[in-house]
Design a protein around this ligand. Structure first.
Ligand SMILES: O=P(O)(O)OC[C@H]1O[C@H](OP(=O)(O)OP(=O)(O)O)[C@H](O)[C@@H]1O
Ligand SMILES: Nc1nc2[nH]cnc2c(=O)[nH]1
Ligand SMILES: [Mg+2]
Length: 171
């Protein structure tokens, strides 16, 4: 997909539903070594689906949310979004002790840093991480370079792609 010249992202990683499911299950294997947890706190919105999958594997029924927003759609309607100040729309009233915080990914680490301050005692896990944010979380399954933009299955759609041969300069 097209990247604007000012974007820090140079490459796309597209994650399919089966890949997300498999990666989340890999995370769960490692989380089983860390628990038990009293409950899960999903960081909206990206953490909601991973948190549901983790809740199923770890048999946790107490699932709460921290509602955060840190990126807004760019004016030109590209999928990659502009960074804004992290806003907390809804928090929780404890320090996170015994709880598992789940988000889909950590990129710059801005969102995770703000949430870590609110819940310093929670165990923080994401499915994916990029280098600038990796240190902020306790656990992730896969790491990607800082210049990759990750498309989650809920961001994308199946569509027709012309045969590669049509794009070659000298057929
Ligand atoms: O490490 P950072 O640079 O802060 O970026 C990571 C955050 O950005 C995305 O959320 P976003 O704010 O786009 O909202 P969403 O989860 O509702 O899509 C993603 O789900 C993480 O929460
Ligand atoms: N979907 C998605 N959201 C993000 N928010 C910050 N970085 C990313 C990314 O790589 N992909
Ligand atoms: Mg998010």
């Amino acid at each position: 997909m097209e990247n604007s010249p000012t974007s820090p992202y140079r490459d796309d990683i597209v994650i399919s539903w089966p890949e997300l499911h498999r990666d989340t299950r890999l995370l769960c294997h490692q989380l089983l070594e860390q628990g038990p947890f009293k409950g899960i706190i999903a960081i909206t919105r990206g953490g909601l689906i991973p948190a549901a999958l983790v809740a199923r594997e770890l048999e946790i029924r107490l699932v709460d949310t921290i509602c955060a927003s840190s990126y807004e759609a760019a004016d030109d309607d590209t999928a990659q979004t502009m960074r804004k100040e992290v806003k907390i729309l809804k928090g929780v009233e404890h320090d996170g002790e015994g709880f598992l915080l789940i988000d889909d990914l950590v990129d710059t680490g801005n969102t995770a840093r703000v949430i870590r301050k609110l819940l310093p005692k929670a165990f923080f896990a994401t499915i994916y991480a990029k280098p600038q944010g990796r240190e902020v979380v306790d656990l992730c399954v896969k790491e990607f370079a800082q210049d990759k933009w990750i498309y989650f299955p809920w961001d994308i759609d199946y569509q027709f792609v012309p045969p590669m041969k049509k794009h070659r300069a000298n057929p």
